[in-house]
Design a protein around this ligand. Structure first.
Ligand SMILES: [Zn+2]
Length: 414
């Protein structure tokens, strides 16, 4: 099974907006952008919301059937490990092997030496087409990289072989993710990580590094855009080179996690993938739920009541909700609106504060980030929330479609 050149991960917390999301990809296709949808959901999300992998499969199949989508589509077991992968064997055909926990744990010294010996031919000035200066490779640098990443890649190998034994070789897509870690990976590290992935025999089709800068949930990129652009470009050069050197799958491409709303880097990403004629997987999650809130607010009545209540409860449970996401949000509590202020807002005012429109004076990224991590509050409302989604399906779908199509697909793939 081969992943198409351009793909977009479209997470959907409550599994209700599959059709609206797919509608956005259909519109993109009509405009000449061939991007395939990948419905992704992690074990953690399933646990918090009380869904199972088969719900995502049902959502994806249902949307595809209802809209007559004829191109491929996939269901991604996002950020899984050996302890939960079995839950995803039936429903998924795309596996994101998460090995971030093992990064930095020192690998066995003999294995580090064996790795360095195996790849000793790269010691010296390593020239890679597309990168201006040769990369300086010494045995010491290779040892440091191997010591830092080898255990993680070996674990990815174990997860991969576990899935392969159950699903069969070539029957699924493999992604290796290292984004949920503190330090970004440099292009040279990426090169030797790919060497290790090839050594393990993992046919990775996408790799998700941690890039420089902050990828906060649901808001724009925070960091040095020029540095990001340079490293992203060099990563593409490294991948092209590594595919040829190590015999990795020819369609191996970068996967950008927490990719929603990173408007200021979409331009550089677009330019680089065109320059290299490279593929891209843009993984988003969690912002479709914000479009649901926006739609509910705009609907007024009980929809607006729910939207206000979610905020009120979230503010009261700030530490509990934000704690697990501390490294991927930056909320200034002093910039959050007061509860009674929000109570007085019209549906339009609520929507304007939440919608990611950087030209809108009412847009409040602090409000947005808090609500992004507050989906647990809506999950606890149960039928009251899900019923409101159903009642206001049309207005919500309009917002979901606009978000995926106008603010994402058109900016990255056009
Ligand atoms: Zn990730």
């Amino acid at each position: 099974m081969e992943l198409e050149k351009y793909s977009m991960g479209i997470g959907d917390r409550f599994a209700r907006q599959g059709k609206a999301q797919l509608q956005a990809l259909i519109r993109a296709k009509d405009d000449g952008m061939d991007v395939v949808p990948v419905w992704n959901k992690s074990h953690r999300e399933h646990m918090i919301i009380g869904t199972s992998p088969s719900d995502v499969r049902r959502e994806a199949d249902g949307a595809v059937e209802a809209l007559g989508w004829k191109s491929p589509y996939h269901v991604d077991a996002d950020h899984i490990g050996l302890k939960n992968v079995d839950l995803f064997i039936e429903a998924s055909d795309f596996y994101t092997l998460d090995v971030a926990d093992l990064i930095g744990e020192a690998a066995d010294a003999a294995q580090v030496q064996a790795f360095v010996d195996r790849h000793a031919r790269y010691v010296g000035a390593l020239e890679i087409a597309g990168i201006d200066e040769p990369l300086e490779v010494t045995r010491e640098r290779m040892e440091a990289i191997a010591a830092r990443y080898l255990l993680g890649v070996q674990e990815a190998g174990r997860i991969y072989r576990h899935i392969e034994a159950k699903k069969g070789k070539g029957k699924f897509i493999t992604e290796v993710s290292m984004d949920e870690t503190q330090a970004p990976q440099t292009p040279l590290e990426m090169f030797f990580i790919l060497a290790a992935i090839a050594d393990e025999g993992i046919p990775a089709q996408t790799i998700a590094p941690k890039f420089t800068g902050r990828f906060n949930k649901g808001v724009d990129y925070q960091g040095d855009v020029d540095q990001f652009a340079r490293e992203f470009d060099e990563d593409l050069a490294v991948i092209r080179f590594a595919v040829a050197e190590f015999g990795l799958p020819a369609n191996l491409k970068l996967s950008v996690h927490s990719g929603s709303d990173k408007f200021s880097i979409y331009g550089p990403i677009n330019r680089s993938i065109r320059k290299y004629d490279a593929g891209l997987h843009l993984k988003t999650a969690g912002t479709t739920w914000l479009e649901e809130l926006i739609g509910l607010a705009e609907a007024g009545g009980t929809g607006l009541d729910i939207a206000r209540e979610v905020y009120k409860i979230s503010l009261g449970r700030f530490d509990e909700l934000c704690g697990p996401y501390a490294t991927v949000i930056d909320i200034d509590k002093n910039r959050l609106p007061l509860v009674n202020e929000v109570e007085s807002w019209s549906g339009e005012e609520y929507a304007a504060a939440l919608r990611h429109d950087q030209d809108c004076a009412q847009y409040n990224p602090h409000f947005r980030q808090l609500l992004h991590v507050a989906y647990k509050v809506a999950a606890e409302m149960g039928e009251r929330f899900l019923g409101a989604l159903e009642e206001n399906e049309e207005i919500i779908a309009r917002n979901v479609l606009e978000n995926v199509y106008v603010r994402h697909l058109k900016r990255i793939f056009a």
